[in-house]
Each structure stands twice: as C-alpha cells, then as structure tokens.
Design a protein around this ligand. Structure first.
Ligand code: DX5
Ligand code: ZN
Length: 217
C-alpha cells in the first residue's frame, strides 16, 4: 500500500503563531486550508490574506478547501494567493465540471468534494477530471466534530470507482480524523487524511502529527 499522506488543517492552529505552526507541521505532506463564507456553511473562517501569509511562511503544498458558494468566482484569486490545490463542493455550484476545468487551467491540482448527505453519484461524472476526491466525514463548517462512521464505506466505493476508470486520484478524508480511526481509513482506500483538532493539540502540532504517523505505521 502506498504511504498515506497527512494534511493538518490550519483551522485549529493558533493564528497568532501561524508561521511557527507551519514550522511544526513541516514534516506533513501538505497544509489544509479551510475557507468558509458564512453562506455555504454556517461559519466564517478566513480568506485570501491568511492564505497569502501561509504561503510566505511555508513551502508545504497548500491544499485549499473552498466551503464557498459559487467558488468559480474566486479560483484565480486563490491560485494567485498561493493555493497549490483547490477543492470545490459539488453542492456549491451548478458548474462543477467547469470549475474543475478552470482549476486545472490555472495549473493547480483540482479537487471535488461532497457533504455527508450528498449521494456519491453526484461526483461520479467528474471523477476522470480530478486529482483528488474529498470525502467529508463531518458536516463542514467546524473543527472538532465527531467522525461519521458511514464515511468509511463512501471511501471504499469512491476508491473502487476511481480504480475502475484507471484514475490514480487521491481520496482525501476530512473531519474527525484521529489516531484511532486513521488506520481504518487507510485500509478503506484513503490516501490523504486531513486532521485539525487531533494535530493542533495542547502538546503541539509536531507531537500530534507524530501520533497520527504512528497510528499508520
Ligand atoms: C470542517 C473542515 C475541516 C476541519 C477538520 O469543515 O473542512 O478541515 O478543520 O477539523 P477536525 O479534524 O477537528 O475535525
Ligand atoms: Zn476541510
């Protein structure tokens, strides 16, 4: 099995120390950046200036999760602010295929995602056009929520569909990922695990990241 990649979610970091937090996770495979618009999800997080600050502070791959209505309006801005990958929600635009194409035209890795209540079939038509499919394992909007167990079967199904079309796209899981469920998610076919509250804990992000790594070893 290929090594599972880890993407700490900056949503749970201490923003007064963003540069140090990024240093602490320098051993990760990417940093996950959660952008929330207060419309698509019932919460606001941050946007372009914070992404640009993160870009100045790290050479890590910046994986931007857009929880934003009509994300196509902002793809170029986020690419220019430093996003290496951009993931859009299938529920947030009637033009998900066009949005994915636009991300690739910007030279960034294209991801698509869906909420826990959205049938997997909604992303099936674009599976051949993406570099990553994100399975939301909580209802998006907040860090620190409990993992939804039905997500495991969704990971398995998506992995199978991707294999069937010969796609090596990543299957990413986001929400409630901990050292306790990481192994199970990897076994189901996840290749990237996002983790916020379980990485940025009281003993620091480097320790949190190490615990996840150990669980996967
Ligand atoms: C939730 C975000 C997640 C969040 C995960 O809407 O998309 O990336 O930061 O946080 P944890 O790992 O604490 O569930
Ligand atoms: Zn996220």
């Amino acid at each position: 099995m290929t090594r599972v990649k880890l993407a700490p979610s900056l949503l749970s970091c201490d923003f007064t120390r963003l540069g140090e937090e990024l240093q602490a996770i320098a051993g990760a495979d990417s940093a996950h950046v959660d952008v929330m618009d207060g419309m698509f999800v019932p919460n606001l997080s941050f946007g372009l200036p914070i992404l640009a600050a993160a870009r100045r502070a790290t050479s890590l791959f910046l994986d931007v999760h857009l929880m934003v209505e009509r994300p196509e309006r902002y793809l170029r801005d986020f690419a220019e602010a430093g996003a290496d990958g951009l993931t859009v929600h299938v529920e947030a635009t009637p033009h998900v295929h066009r949005a994915v194409g636009a991300i690739r035209e910007l030279g960034r890795r294209a991801g698509v995602t869906l909420n826990p209540g959205t049938p997997l079939e909604a992303v099936r038509p674009v599976l051949g056009d993406v570099d990553l499919v994100l399975v939301m394992s909580v209802n998006p909007g907040f860090g620190g929520q409990r993992f939804l167990p039905a997500s495991v079967e969704r990971v398995r199904t998506l992995r199978r569909w991707l294999d069937e079309i010969g796609s090596a796209a990543d299957v990413q899981v986001d929400g409630g990922v901990t050292p306790e469920n990481a192994r199970m998610l990897a076994d189901a076919g996840a290749t990237v695990l996002v983790a916020g509250s379980s990485v940025f804990g009281p003993d620091g992000a480097a320790a949190g990241l190490a615990r996840l790594r150990e669980a996967l070893a």
